[in-house]
Each structure stands twice: as C-alpha cells, then as structure tokens.
Write a protein that binds this ligand. Structure first.
Ligand code: FES
Ligand code: FES
Length: 178
C-alpha cells in the first residue's frame, strides 16, 4: 500500500492504494468517478480514456501510482460548471452516441485530438487518430461528424479541412495507449 496524491478535475486528492491499483480503478472505486468506463480487458476499447497532464491515456493501462503528483481530467471534469465542453455539445447535437458506453472515452479522446491538431482536422485524420476508441454500436459516422463540428466550433470554419463525410469503416486501436 502507498499513499498517493494527485489533482483530479482540478481538486487535490490523496488516498492509500495498493501498488497494483489501476488508474481507472482509482477513479471509479476510490473517487466514485464512474463516468470513466471499462469496456475490455485488453487495452483495446478506449472507454477508459482520461487526460493525464492533458494527454489522452487509457486509464486501464496506467497504475494509479504512476499518476501521483500529476493532473488527471475525467469526463466529469470536462464541462465548465453547467456549460458543456464543445465536444460534449457536438456529440449531443450530432447524435454521436447510441447506448453511450463508449461516449466518455470518445469525448475525452476527441477533445485532446482537437487540441493536439490545433483544431485543424479532416475526416481522415479523425478516423485514423480515433482508431483506439471502439464503438460497439458502430456509430462512427456521427462520432466523426461531432468531432469535426466541435473542431469548427472551437477553432472556426477554417479548422475543418474536409467537412464532407464518407462512409469508410473505422479500424482498430491505438490512440490513447499509455
Ligand atoms: S477498458 Fe478498454 S481500453 Fe481501457
Ligand atoms: S454508443 Fe454504444 S458503444 Fe458506442
């Protein structure tokens, strides 16, 4: 057991945890932040993506102890009070979710993607970069549409290079791997 301290959604937290405690377990079971989901045990689905010092990580592949002294943002911390983050708003307006299970990870990964590319995105880049996030409802078309819309909202119309959406399938993992 070790005592660890970190900042979660802007607030300092400290807890005693087993050395083997995963960050996702810490968030869900120690802090009650159940918006971060677990959708697999193979580091493939991306349902568990959070931001660690502003970078997307799959929190099922990070030990809680590895986050000690660092800043974690979860889906619960993305909105500004009652004002949703533009990516959250875009998912709602563009129907970027069906059952919603993958949605927290999709939104966290999408928000970091927009920041990483300074909002300059096209459909191809979004599909490539989001391949580490899987949607079992296969709602990829509207998920991509929502991320592009959020990029435009955040950065303006020039940000989205090719807003026209094709229906190309999305492949598999890896963005967000720790
Ligand atoms: S729970 Fe599936 S990648 Fe983390
Ligand atoms: S909306 Fe159901 S898993 Fe993506």
């Amino acid at each position: 057991m070790s005592m660890i301290a970190m900042t979660v959604n802007g607030a300092p937290v400290n807890r005693e945890v087993n050395d083997s405690t995963l960050l996702v377990e810490f968030l869900r079971e120690h802090l009650g932040l159940t918006g971060t989901h677990v959708g697999c045990d193979t580091t493939q689905c991306g349902c568990c993506v959070v931001h660690l010092d502003g970078v997307s990580v799959k929190s099922c592949t990070v030990l809680a102890a590895q986050a000690a002294g660092r800043s974690v943002t979860t889906i619960e911390g993305l909105a500004d009070g009652n004002e949703l983050h533009p990516v959250q708003t875009a998912f709602r307006e563009h129907h970027g979710l069906q059952c919603g299970y993958c949605t927290p990870g999709m939104i966290m990964a999408g928000a970091e993607l927009i920041a990483t590319y300074d909002g300059v995105l096209d459909e191809h880049v979004v599909r490539e970069e989001m391949e580490g996030n899987l949607c079992r409802c296969t709602g990829y078309h509207n998920i991509v549409r929502a991320i592009l819309a959020a990029a435009e909202e955040i950065k303006g119309p020039d940000a989205v290079v090719q807003p026209a959406l094709a229906h190309a399938p999305v492949s598999a993992p890896n963005r967000g791997a720790a």
